[in-house]
Design a protein around this ligand. Structure first.
Ligand SMILES: Cc1ncc(C[n+]2csc(CCOP(=O)(O)OP(=O)(O)O)c2C)c(N)n1
Length: 485
């Protein structure tokens, strides 16, 4: 090997390193060699994201899941939909894009999210959270209508489960579809996943009594020889009864899903077994797995929030960013004014609100990935006499249009929208550009829009707006980075 070859990143020749050029290659790997493939996949993902930036921790968490999916299903006939899509890197590596992986998120290179234009294996383009199940329902219905037996498989994180669209889609799931949802619980959104659904999942997972009783009953059933149908159905009723008593609130089962798990999502063989079991079962299925965000890279396992999204090499920022200026100024203002509340939709660190959350925990609200709810919740706080500041990235504010118009503006409620990441977003690309807010906010009656050009003017404007007392719906938008960008 020449010196030049030795210094080449593995990801420049990732297909050879992995020994995989298509999902067929993944299927041909003997089970005992899967863990070696997973190790190599992690190495490529770590190397590339350290160099070029990207979503490291989320991808390390889904290595075994993605391998198992490609061994059990036949993509692209079977369609795989990733929620958010930030965890699709392993999928890209296994579906003919390993050699282009070195171009990930670079201009003209592979997208950091699934894109239909990029590959026949990307069944649906994503970037914003909680759209997967609605899209998958459409894909599955289209398959059914056209007489296809294809499966549609969704990879959904527990963070994305906090978004309302998922629940609208759950409500619409119909059991004549071949739809399998893998619910990947890692207890994290970007930061710790909070709220009732997070607690529900923990409860599901930690009710070991249920799990062992269920598997004992399953074993008993399968070992009774020549069991007749009436006996079988009688036992099945007992089984359901026991489940109801021990574990009465399985949300997914009560919504009509087949529920599999909870299981260790890093045990590739088990995940394969569950996927095959779900495939064999009629109706829509949820497979609940537990994974570790950042798995296999100690710094990311210990601090998954910091390794959620990396910016790549050579992007040190010298001066405070707009987000930091916003967070620090708001915290200082809230020290003096106990009416000020801060709201984030799962973006506490990104929007600079960590100091506020620490200093004023009772006036800080992380509502999950629920931008529509965040805005109407703020409207309620304002109607109740408080001064809510809703910090949302420009791109994610798009889904709150009606709430801004109907709940805030028409009632002239004093809510301050802190619109972060206004402007182009080269690395995340198309789905993340913050360029539409000016046009969609401009036609909202009675909404003032400010656009400070420096961090100093952001600070001054916040002080002026919030010290005098906010009297009307107001938006303030600012870009990523700081003054030196
Ligand atoms: C509508 C929307 N709001 C916010 C985000 C930013 N965001 C990207 S990934 C993520 C967390 C997703 O958590 P989860 O679904 O559990 O996936 P994990 O990264 O934990 O695997 C968030 C909040 C987004 N992509 N879309």
């Amino acid at each position: 090997m020449s010196e030049q070859q030795k210094n080449m990143p593995i990801c420049a020749d990732a297909a050879t390193y992995l020994g995989v050029r298509s999902p067929e290659d993944v299927k041909a790997i003997p089970p005992k060699e899967i863990s070696s493939l997973c190790r190599k996949l992690r190495k490529v993902v770590i190397e590339q994201t350290m160099r070029g930036g990207g979503h490291l921790a989320s991808n390390l968490g889904v290595v075994e899941l993605t391998v198992a999916i490609h061994r059990v299903f036949d993509a692209p006939t079977d369609q795989i939909v990733f929620d958010v899509g930030h965890q699709c890197y392993v999928h890209k590596l296994l579906t003919g894009r390993a050699d282009a992986f070195v171009t990930l998120r670079a201009s003209g290179g592979l997208s950091g999210f699934p894109r239909r234009e990029e590959s026949k294996y990307d069944a649906f383009g994503t970037g914003h959270a909680s759209t997967s199940l609605s899209a998958a329902l459409g894909l599955a219905r289209a398959a059914k209508l056209s007489g296809s037996n294809a499966y549609t498989v969704v990879i959904l994180g527990d963070g994305a489960l906090t978004g309302g669209m998922i629940h609208e889609a759950l409500n619409n799931c119909v059991n004549d579809l071949r739809l399998i949802v893998i619910l990947n619980e890692n207890e994290m959104s970007i930061s710790k996943n909070e709220g009732r659904f997070a607690r529900l999942l923990t409860r599901l997972r930690t009710s070991r009594g249920y799990s062992s009783t269920k598997s004992a009953l399953d074993k008993t059933l399968s070992h009774i020889p020549l069991v007749g149908d009436p006996v079988k159905s009688g036992l099945s009723k007992i089984k359901k009864g026991v489940k109801r008593v021990l574990y009465s609130n399985n949300y997914f089962e009560s919504m009509g899903f087949n529920y599999f798990g909870p299981a260790d999502g890093h045990d590739e063989q088990t995940v394969e077994q569950l996927l095959r079991a779900a495939k064999a079962k009629k109706g829509c299925s949820i497979i609940h797995v537990k994974t570790v965000k950042g798995k296999g890279y100690a710094p990311a396992e210990q601090n998954p929030g910091a390794y959620h999204g990396l910016t790549g090499m050579g992007q040190q920022l010298g001066t405070p960013t707009f987000s930091q200026t916003f967070g620090q100024t708001l915290t200082a203002l809230a020290d003096r004014n106990d009416k000020i509340c801060a709201i984030t939709a799962a973006m506490c660190e990104g929007t600079g609100l960590t100091p506020f959350a620490t200093s004023h925990p009772n006036r800080f609200f992380d509502v999950g990935i629920a931008e529509e709810h965040a805005v109407t919740f703020a409207a309620g706080l304002a109607a109740g006499g408080y001064t809510p500041v809703v910090a949302i990235y420009s791109t994610f504010l798009q889904r709150s249009y009606d709430q801004i118009l109907h709940d805030v503006a028409l009632q002239k409620l004093p809510v301050l929208f802190a619109i972060d990441r206004a402007g182009l977003n080269a690395a995340d690309g198309l789905t993340h550009h913050g360029i539409y807010d000016v046009s969609f906010l401009s036609n909202i009656p009675g909404l003032d829009i400010w656009h400070p050009l420096t961090t100093a003017s952001l600070e001054a404007r916040l002080q002026q707006l919030l010290t005098d007392g906010l009297t009307r719906p107001t938006a303030i938008r600012y870009p990523s980075g700081g003054d030196d960008k």
